[in-house]
Design a protein around this ligand. Structure first.
Ligand code: GLU
Length: 424
């Protein structure tokens, strides 16, 4: 049988990492050879040039991508990232992880991801609006409520989803809220969506601490990243009574062994935009934060931050992967050999976001809206179910928790592909 090398387009460390994870999981479940490449590689992608008029009258051409990894089990689903270091390989890896995540938690979606190479912090609201609208305009034939449903990710937010929804709706000639999720409530967004990822991370952290017989009130926590996910996770864990002793963003980290007042940090960031110079603790580096002695370490920013170098030095009991792909393959091996750190793998840990996105899409299609309590209750029920299935798979086959989660997610996608067969 000839082997097709498909991935020249996506060549990057992060795509290789996602492929290695896939290969390991496929080996672990003896996935038939003829299903492997079909399940592993992204189905299709679109790269677009986005010429935008700047406020000073000049024009900048941005580059944007959308990768749809799997379309076999429903429309594809996943966020759009605005970040200066976005690459198509990264977007493809993130799309792959969305497939396993949606499949693991039982959502009727394939995985997708989008990205634009830009620094939203250095752009005005007007420039961001033109960029967001242009991106959606270029994607019109590639997305839709039954095709591919984008959402926020790093660097994008409710307002950006609102502009995208408006652009799409204007094009089709009627209001179409179900084309994106993570919208403002007034445009058909769901109660609880903004905090969903963080609320889910905190809920799972609390549940795993209970399994480890550690009362959440005795837990100390360090969180890398104070964007939507990191800050909502911090707020939810502080609510449960945990002590957040370190937080960080790209400007550096803040450490306070007595516990950081998260409400104050949130107020500060609202005004200052960054954590730099926040006086709720002492300044340390992001690297130091990762190696602190804490009960729970939560990477909630970019991928590949737990590496060969720092994996041997981690001092946490529980590693909760709020970010997508924070742990490299070799760091993962080191942590497995160490055996003293429990891991909540990304595809389970941060799935609260896409679960509530699914609720938002359902509410949009039904034109019937749920209360916040209903949303959160349904979210926690789905997380309980996913956690139980991952832990059962782990116990049954003696897998690591990551391998358990990935094998469940991948097996369902592969099975759907097998049953549907090849067309024509
Ligand atoms: N960007 C989020 C993720 O990585 C959410 C995706 C969505 O809601 O579709 O899971």
């Amino acid at each position: 049988m000839s082997k097709v090398i498909v991935s020249a387009l996506y060549k990057s460390d992060v795509f290789t990492m996602a492929c290695r994870q896939f290969d390991q999981a496929a080996d672990a479940i003896n996935l038939p050879e003829d299903l492997r490449d079909r399940t592993k590689y992204p189905r299709r992608c679109l790269a677009v040039a986005l010429p935008i008029k700047r406020d000073d009258g000049s024009i900048t051409v941005f580059e944007g991508y959308r990768v749809q990894h799997n379309l076999s089990t429903g429309p594809s689903k996943g966020g759009i990232r605005f970040h200066e270091h976005v690459t198509i390989g990264e977007v493809a890896a993130l799309a792959m992880w969305m497939s396993w995540k949606c499949s693991l938690v039982g959502l009727p979606y394939g995985g997708a991801k989008g990205g634009v190479i830009c620094n939203p912090r250095q752009m005005s609201q007007g420039e961001l609006e033109r960029l967001s609208r242009r991106y959606m305009q270029e994607m019109i034939n590639f997305v839709g409520p039954q095709i591919d449903v984008p959402a926020p990710d790093m660097g994008t937010n409710e307002q950006i989803m609102g502009w995208m929804m408006d652009t799409y709706s204007n094009h089709v000639g009627h209001v179409e809220p179900a084309v994106v999720t993570g919208k403002p409530i007034s445009l058909g967004g769901s109660e609880g969506r903004r905090e969903a990822t963080g609320a889910g991370v905190a809920y799972l952290v609390k549940a795993y601490l209970e399994d480890m017989k550690i009362p959440v009130k005795n837990a100390t926590v360090a969180i890398q990243g104070f964007g939507n996910v990191g800050s909502e996770t911090a707020a939810a864990l502080a609510n449960y009574g945990a002590k957040i002793i370190a937080i960080s963003d790209y400007t550096g980290a803040i450490y306070n062994e007595r516990g950081i007042d998260i409400r104050k940090a949130l107020e500060y960031v609202k005004y200052a935009k960054v954590l730099k110079d926040f006086d709720g603790g002492q300044a340390i580096s992001n690297e130091q934060l990762l190696e602190l002695k804490v009960t729970v370490l939560i990477p909630a920013a970019l991928e590949r931050v737990i590496t060969n170098d720092n994996a041997p030095k981690l001092q946490c009991r529980l590693l909760a992967e709020a970010a997508n792909g924070p742990t490299t393959n070799s760091a993962d091996k080191i942590l497995e050999q160490r055996g003293d750190i429990e891991i909540i793998p990304d595809v389970l840990c941060n799935s609260g976001g896409v679960i509530v996105s699914y609720f938002e899409w359902l509410q949009n299609l039904q034109h019937y809206y749920w209360t916040r309590d209903e949303v959160l209750q349904k979210l926690f029920t789905m997380l309980d179910r996913a956690k139980a299935s991952v832990d059962a798979q782990k116990a049954k086959f003696g897998f690591s928790r990551r391998l358990a989660a990935l094998t469940l997610g991948i097996a369902r996608v592969a099975d759907a592909k097998r049953i549907r067969g090849l067309f024509p």
